[in-house]
Design a protein around this ligand. Structure first.
Ligand SMILES: Nc1ncnc2c1ncn2[C@@H]1O[C@H](COP(=O)(O)OP(=O)(O)OP(=O)(O)O)[C@@H](O)[C@H]1O
Length: 280
């Protein structure tokens, strides 16, 4: 498997603040990798160093085989970054802006197709300054993907999106991943990480405190299950390592359907909150 991003011993300090305190990361080509962590954990700093927009104090970083501290023009054209749209495009329409950016890349995607994928076809002729915050963010995403990048960085991409726009954005990311684009995203939405990411890293206090498949992170898949049901006008629940046996016993007791039956294991959010409370 080819490695798209390799980071070893990355550190970055701002005055007294150790923003990144020794991060090691390997992100495979074609993978969707999510970086999670509380405010101030060091996510943006790490991602901006990988994008070549911030200098590092120490450590090795290789992104598509290049040190982002010494970027080449060819390398830049293979990297997609979602930035806040600059104010100087605010007078231009969505279509004009996306077409203009398409002109900067050798392998740009079709502007109208990208506008459709971010759900802005109805607004293609609208000036950017007349868009809502969430619509404007969708323009940012369109500009990040228009170049047909091999590696796409998304820093909190869906902040300000309504639920429908988020789902539409997820489909765009899934289709880009399906076509082989490597995607690195930071997000505060755990459902987003769970829906999109092959692997996640949880960053806390400038270090990685857990890393893995979101379905099994922190022992989620093998943690005790909670079986819940309704009985005698109240809600009952039981924590167990053998939920199937509990359900069978209940089915026998109720002679068929168990009222309001649920079987749950810790959510990604439960595991995440535990991880950031007790950084190792
Ligand atoms: N330019 C800067 N100058 C000084 N301190 C900074 C600078 N940028 C970030 N920091 C500090 O470094 C730490 C890490 O910040 P960073 O933006 O990387 O966190 P983050 O995980 O992306 O947070 P958020 O979820 O809030 O975006 C924070 O304590 C922040 O205050």
């Amino acid at each position: 498997m080819t490695t798209a991003v390799r980071v070893r011993g990355l550190t970055k300090r701002y005055g007294d603040v150790q923003a990144v305190g020794g991060i090691d990361l390997d992100i495979n080509a074609g993978e969707v990798f999510a970086i999670l962590g509380p405010n101030g954990a060091g996510k943006s700093t790490t991602v901006e160093i990988m994008e070549g927009y911030r200098t590092r104090d120490a450590g090795e970083v290789s992104v598509l085989g290049i040190d982002p501290g010494r970027p080449t023009r060819e390398w830049r054209s293979r990297i997609g970054v979602v930035l806040q749209t600059a104010d100087d495009v605010a007078e231009a329409t969505v279509r004009e802006t996306v077409r203009q950016f398409a002109g900067y890349y050798p392998n740009a995607k079709d502007p109208d197709e990208v506008i459709e994928q971010v759900g802005l076809t109805d607004k293609a002729g609208t000036r950017i300054r007349r868009l809502s915050g969430g619509q404007r963010r969708r323009v940012d995403v369109a500009l990040g993907v228009i170049g047909g990048p091999d590696l796409l960085f998304l820093d909190e991409p869906t902040t300000g999106f309504d639920p429908e726009a988020r789902r539409q954005f997820w489909r765009l990311i899934e289709s880009m991943a399906h076509q082989g684009t490597t995607i690195v995203l930071t997000t505060h939405y755990l459902d987003e990480a769970e829906a999109l990411a092959d692997r996640v890293a949880v960053v806390s206090g400038g270090r990685i405190v857990a890393e893995g498949d979101p379905a099994t992170l922190g022992g989620r898949a093998t943690a005790k299950a909670r079986v819940g049901w309704a009985e005698e006008g109240g809600h009952r629940s039981h924590e167990t390592d053998t939920p199937t046996r509990t359900v069978l016993e209940l089915a026998g007791r109720f002679d068929g359907e168990v009222p309001e039956l649920t079987v749950t294991r810790p959510s990604l959010e439960d595991v995440y909150l535990q991880l950031i409370e007790t950084p190792s």
